[in-house]
Design a protein around this ligand. Structure first.
Ligand SMILES: *[C@@H]1O[C@H](CO)[C@@H](O)[C@H](O)[C@H]1NC(C)=O
Ligand SMILES: *[C@@H]1O[C@H](CO)[C@@H](O)[C@H](O)[C@H]1NC(C)=O
Length: 377
């Protein structure tokens, strides 16, 4: 009797730990991830890779650091230095002859990088990948959700150390031709290329919430190589709908985010901090509603400004949101920062029929700095 009680208590505890916490807000609200599937605790890199790539619905719990650095060996090749030859400047791997094609005049140099960082781990459909406490760390490899995978939750983990010295050294989270993806309370740091990259294929419903996009680095590609990572968030898929809420995007210098390719982006209650370049970069096809965000020490809140942007500029203008979102939009706030521009409203009709994240004031969003990232669920 006592044993039965004990084992059901243990099972209940394991289940409570395993399942993702909370629910996605916004476009990916109906995601369930591993749902009622088995709960597994990988103990080695290969076990982690095999669980993530399987076709079974799984709740995968990380209780330690999975270190992939060195696991595929190192490559020594000729690279290039397009952003300067100083010791704090990122260098570029000559991936697909990128140096030759795009930076023919950049000085060449011999570089050695970690091969494992170059391609992330494939994540299959119906998965929750959840870190326990602040123990879930993946070092030296990112995650890839591509080729029509669907229904994935990544929560409470950290991805770090993807060849930060080298552009093309690896992307932390790749989403390309996926649907129903929720990335929550994930920290990305010391990444070579993009922290988040959405490929050209359509990714349907995606929510990125409570993430810490940490651009601090010893090597960077910004003007003067000041340690602010340039390659932040690349939202350029076709027909993607992305809710981006309560994220802390800091010490970046560009593409934070870059938006184009018919991406509908709801950027709400994020905290953008310490950026000597630009936060938003928008181009043809971008549809961006930005509300209730905080820009603190951000040189340019937006660059280029193509596509359609609604920057929630004043309460009179923001009242126009009522007919599309069922409520007014929230003002953005600026401290020692450039301001967002954009009063396009035509695209707001695209919010109709979708699950729309709520918005608090920018004042409340200042608290994001204390809640975003892994280890805080
Ligand atoms: C994911 O789960 C759904 C619902 O159970 C199922 O219909 C679908 O086939 C699963 N996908 C894969 C790739 O196993
Ligand atoms: C993108 O779509 C094309 C055409 O359907 C397909 O061949 C390719 O594998 C897809 N790529 C990814 C990453 O899903």
């Amino acid at each position: 009797m006592r044993l039965t009680t004990l084992s059901s208590a243990v099972l209940a505890l394991a289940h409570a730990v395993a399942a993702a916490t909370g629910k996605a807000e916004g476009f990916a609200a109906s995601v369930t991830g591993g749902g009622n599937g088995r709960t597994v605790y990988p103990s080695s890199n290969s076990e982690l890779v095999s669980y993530l790539g399987s076709s079974e619905a799984l709740n995968i719990v990380l209780t330690k650091t999975f270190d992939f650095t060195g696991s595929e060996g190192k490559a020594t090749e000729q690279g290039c230095m397009p952003w300067g030859t100083g010791s704090t400047c990122q260098k570029a791997i000559n991936k697909d002859n990128w140096c030759g094609n795009y930076q023919p005049n950049a000085p060449k140099t011999t570089i050695t990088y970690d091969k494992a960082g170059m391609l992330g781990i494939t994540v299959g459909s119906n998965k929750s990948l959840v870190g326990q406490g602040s123990q879930g760390v993946i070092k030296g490899k990112g995650l890839r959700m591509v080729s029509n995978v669907k229904n994935i939750i990544i929560q409470n983990i950290k991805i770090t150390e993807l060849n930060p010295e080298f552009v093309w050294g690896g992307d932390a989270l790749t989403i390309d031709g996926a649907d129903l993806v929720w990335i929550d309370h994930v920290t990305t740091s010391r990444i070579g290329r993009q922290h988040f990259v959405f490929g050209n294929n359509a990714s349907g419903r995606v929510t990125v919430s409570n993430c810490d996009i940490d651009g601090r680095s010893s090597w960077s590609a910004d003007t003067g190589c000041t340690g602010h990572h340039y390659w932040g968030l690349y939202f350029t898929g076709s027909q993607d709908t992305i809710t981006f809420k309560n994220n802390y995007v800091h010490h970046t210098s560009g593409r934070s985010p870059k938006v184009q390719g018919n991406t509908l982006l709801h950027a709400v209650n994020n905290y953008f901090y310490s950026n000597p370049g630009h936060a938003f970069e928008t181009a043809s096809g971008a549809m961006v509603l930005a509300e209730g965000n905080v820009f603190q020490n951000v040189n340019a809140a937006i660059e280029n400004g193509g596509g359609q942007v609604f920057a929630s500029p004043d309460s009179g203008t923001n009242a126009q949101c009522q007919s599309y979102l069922g409520r007014s939009c929230q003002l953005n706030a600026y401290g020692s920062s450039g301001t967002l521009s954009g009063t396009a409203t035509g695209f707001l009709a695209n919010f109709q029929g979708k699950t729309i994240a709520s918005a608090s004031t920018a004042e409340v969003a200042k608290g994001v700095v204390n809640t975003a990232g892994f280890g805080r669920v």
